[in-house]
Design a protein around this ligand. Structure first.
Ligand SMILES: C[S@@+](CC[C@H](N)C(=O)[O-])C[C@H]1O[C@@H](n2cnc3c(N)ncnc32)[C@H](O)[C@@H]1O
Length: 379
């Protein structure tokens, strides 16, 4: 069963502290909203959502605002956190549940979407937790697992403390603050974590010095989830890697979404990983092959009616902006790519839409990975 130190930590320091929004935010992530398409089904209004490890409820209430006609259930094994969540509650329902209690988690389902954000690292028996999620999901339901990776600065900061004679627990003393500042000066800002020297006390306690059970790499999570009956269907790092690839993007055409995400995590590891899992396998086009029989449809977030129809050169450079990690990222596309996006309403195959779509292959690949263009195919 769950680690008593973890329960004690969150009974003592419930997360997020009163009046504060969670630090990294699943609900407002454009990547998440796009990646759970078609038709954002798992997060459509009316959906049932489980917030697994809901803390004091801020995340669950945000999901409740996304699905006002749906139902949001928040569970956590910290009694203090659940008490605070219930006191705050607008629309979500809360229960004290240990995520290792797979039968109990499954009994709360079925859910269209499960968010397990910044929680799984604390749960010792990952397989039991994942089995509970698999049994609690609908057939088309999606699980978001947002975890820290072995590249999180935690071990390195703890090593610094240990070497300089500071205790391994965060006490927020002057000496510890100055060591955190030193670590921050040495490491620089850590993507996804920020400047170590100015971390709020609750984040330093819960993120850098917590009784984490483990730090797994994304490929380990993917294998474990497979054993629990869940298929990986998305990794945010893959989308980021494609958008950073520039001219070299065509070298990646042969890779599927998950292969690409795994590779990106191996080549350019990040401190955290966002993964999506489903009971159904992913059906996706391969960009190294003929895509003509696939039907593209633009994400509902794309204002297609505001994209002007193509005039002039098909190869003329254009760009689109998409939010990634809360930052606006520019996606380079040609005028032809933009025209295909404008006309992608889900009724015509790519060959029916455009004879020379191959000229826009790199555009389509980028738009697909940025979750602005989806593809379906009827066999
Ligand atoms: C960093 S907080 C994340 C809260 C919320 N998901 C968010 O992102 O804002 C981690 C939460 O996981 C909960 N937790 C840790 N181990 C758990 C377990 N075995 N069962 C249920 N909840 C657990 C803690 O009590 C804590 O509230």
């Amino acid at each position: 069963m769950a680690n008593d130190d973890v329960r004690a930590l969150y009974d003592d320091r419930p997360y997020p502290p009163e009046g504060q929004a969670p630090r990294s935010n699943a609900v407002s992530s454009a990547w998440l909203r796009g990646a759970v398409h078609p038709a954002n089904a798992p997060l459509r209004d009316g959906a049932r959502v489980l917030v697994a490890g809901c803390g004091t409820g801020a995340e669950a209430e945000q999901f409740a605002a996304v699905v006002p006609k749906g139902e949001v259930v928040g569970i956590d094994n910290s009694a203090v956190s659940i008490g605070k969540a219930r006191a705050l509650s607008g629309h979500a329902r809360y229960e004290q549940v240990d995520l290792e209690d797979a039968a109990r988690v499954a009994s709360l389902g079925p859910f269209d979407f499960i968010s397990c954000h910044a929680v799984a690292d604390y749960v010792p028996d990952s397989l039991a937790m994942l089995r509970g999620f698999a049994d609690a999901l609908t057939d088309s339901g999606v699980l978001l697992l947002a975890v820290n990776t072995p590249h999180h600065p935690k071990q390195r900061v703890q090593r610094l403390f240990e070497a300089l004679g500071e205790p391994g627990a965060f006490e927020d003393s002057e000496a510890q603050r100055s060591l955190l500042e030193l670590a921050g000066a040495w490491m620089g800002p850590v993507p996804g974590v920020g400047d170590l020297g100015s971390l709020p006390a609750h984040v330093a306690a819960a993120d850098l010095f917590p009784p984490f059970a483990h730090h797994r790499a994304p490929s380990e999570w993917i294998d474990l989830a497979r054993a629990a009956g869940l298929h990986a269907v998305g990794l945010r790092r893959g989308a980021e890697a494609v958008l950073a690839a520039g001219e070299q993007v065509s070298a990646l055409f042969g890779l599927g979404r998950v292969e690409l995400g795994r590779l990106a995590h191996e080549v350019a590891p990040a401190a955290s990983a966002w993964m999506l899992f489903s009971r159904q396998e992913l059906r996706e086009p391969r960009f190294s092959e003929d895509l003509g029989t696939w039907t593209p449809f633009a994400d509902p977030s794309v204002p297609r009616d505001q994209i002007p129809p193509l005039t002039g050169e098909e190869s003329a450079p254009r760009s689109l902006t998409v939010a990634m990690n809360g930052v606006g990222v520019q996606i380079p596309v040609t005028a032809l790519g933009l025209e295909i996006l404008r006309r992608s309403d889900g009724t015509l195959t790519l060959s029916e839409l455009c004879d020379d779509w191959t000229a826009a292959r790199a555009d389509l690949f980028r738009l697909f990975h940025a979750d602005l263009l989806h593809f379906s195919r009827v066999d």
